[in-house]
Design a protein around this ligand. Sequence first.
Ligand code: F3S
Length: 642
Amino acid sequence: MGYTIAQKIIKNHLVDGQMKVGEEIGLRIDQTLTQDATGTMAYLEFEAMGVERVKTERSVAYIDHNTLQSGFESADDHRFIGSIAKKHGIYFSRPGNGICHQVHLERFGIPGKTLIGSDSHTPTGGGIGMLAFGAGGLDVAVAMGGGAYYITMPKMVRVNLTGKLRPFVAAKDVILEVLRRMSVKGGVSKIIEYGGEGVATLTVPERATITNMGAELGATTSVFPSDEVTKSFLAAQGREENWVPVFADEDAEYDEVIDINLSELVPMAACPHSPDNVKTIDEIGPIKVDQVCIGSCTNSSYLDLMRVAAMLKGKTVHPDVSLAIAPGSKQVFNMIAQNGALADLIAAGARILESACGPCIGMGQSPNSGGISLRTFNRNFEGRSGTKDAGVYLVSPEVAAASALTGVLTDPRTFGDEIKIELPEHFLINDNMVEPPASPEEAKDLQILRGPNIKEFPNADPIAADISADVLLKVGDNITTDHIMPAGAKILPYRSNIPYLSNFCFAVCDEAFPERARKAGKGIIVGGQNYGQGSSREHAALVPLYLGIKAVIAKSFARIHRANLINAGIVPLTFANEADYDKLSLGDAVELTGIRACIENGKPIAAKVNGEDIPLVCELSGRQKDILLSGGLLNYTKESVK
Ligand code: F3S
């Protein structure tokens, strides 16, 4: 039997385990990336491991999330990351150089290699045939130290693309269609692999839009083949030598096959407040629009912005609409500045933002109260925009541009003639905002620059023989990491300051939770389905740890968050019978007697609540057991390098 693309790359990087679905495997990691919001913590953890120089082929630290600098904190964090990168062999992409995934695709990604990043949209790298995973900061720290990255061997899904996108139908509509069919849970424990004759009709930035939003499916990752299109893209980036062909074998077998005829797709939008709440623009109708934001790691490529500029050229943004545009990278920004497209955007009335995540992470541009915002981004969870009652629709750049002009949600196919934009033969290459690391010799004398905002991270104790604690919070289904640890302009500067962040933990669900947890000193959280979906932020595990959370009992967990809980030393437990969720209430005393022995020996676990035994499941690999018993990945890694 032949191999899929993902199986081939896994096979080439396998250092532990066997490629059997559902079993844990360890992978050698070639490249890592971090962004600043998760990076400060990842580098503190890397430092704590005591490794002098990264052991990966290429590690890059990006500054893209927290660039508003409304106080000293963010600037201090940038300085800290820059100095630690220089000392330990990491490339440093300075603020202004662009969004991590866009820049990584342009300047660093290599087909056939493995990449992990402390950002959930790292699978963007699958657009050039990398096997790229979103991971916790601690996983990234371990990979930088030469350790393997562990995942559960996923199932393989093939999305078979035929036909060709029609004018004004975009790559965004392809992934929205996949989301419509599979839902935000449909990709869990699966790798989504794209194939078929339609693949050759999509450029690398279009493929990257699709792999980027594979994160919204909950997929382990998504990947495209590396073909002649990939080769031309890398050649245009002056990196043709990085190209290798990567294809699935003809006789590769998939667990699931989805057929999509690109020619049949129409413009769509993900309606509030979930990326899988997808309808066609026609079905939604011409709702009034207050704001349009174009950018983010999903849709801010040269191709995207050139299309938008062509649609806006010579016209004026509707008087009721605020249009904000953030180019994805300095390369994109510079190129549209040089070829005049930026002038067209400005002339039309667009508000140009710096090359960064910006509004995607709630850094400015919050919509008006009750406002309707169309965004080319990847997430539309309630409140993520910074305005709790805003309705965010996720759309293609073409829908965004057409609607910005008309003031209502508009099908861009009504817009006029087809816009033909080709990728350039040569991108503008100027890496002067990427600082290379110091040589090992120079690095010895370098100081790491720390400001007062850099606080130590919390560390768990080895797991106790028994846990007895109260239910301090009970939440429903689809709790996101944004609920657990909100992002947004006001608190993002404190990502390296866990004590301060703890004031906001779960505050959107229950304002009194942080104080209750502090008073109790220890506790348990009860959750519904898909607990911890959304971003990879390990703060969503570290902050509850700081507040004394010992275990989370849920109906099911999102993959990255479950791994982050284990890495933090918090026990993730699922109900053996989902209906037992109803038997637990806020304030109930829970006895997990003999939990350490249960984890150690793989014995069944039951929680005693109100005199009744509630059976629980804690499926762990051998390594995950050891991590939990040690009190988290950092303790475990320290022990294993002793
Ligand atoms: Fe940044 Fe938003 Fe992507 S926060 S990395 S642009 S999902």
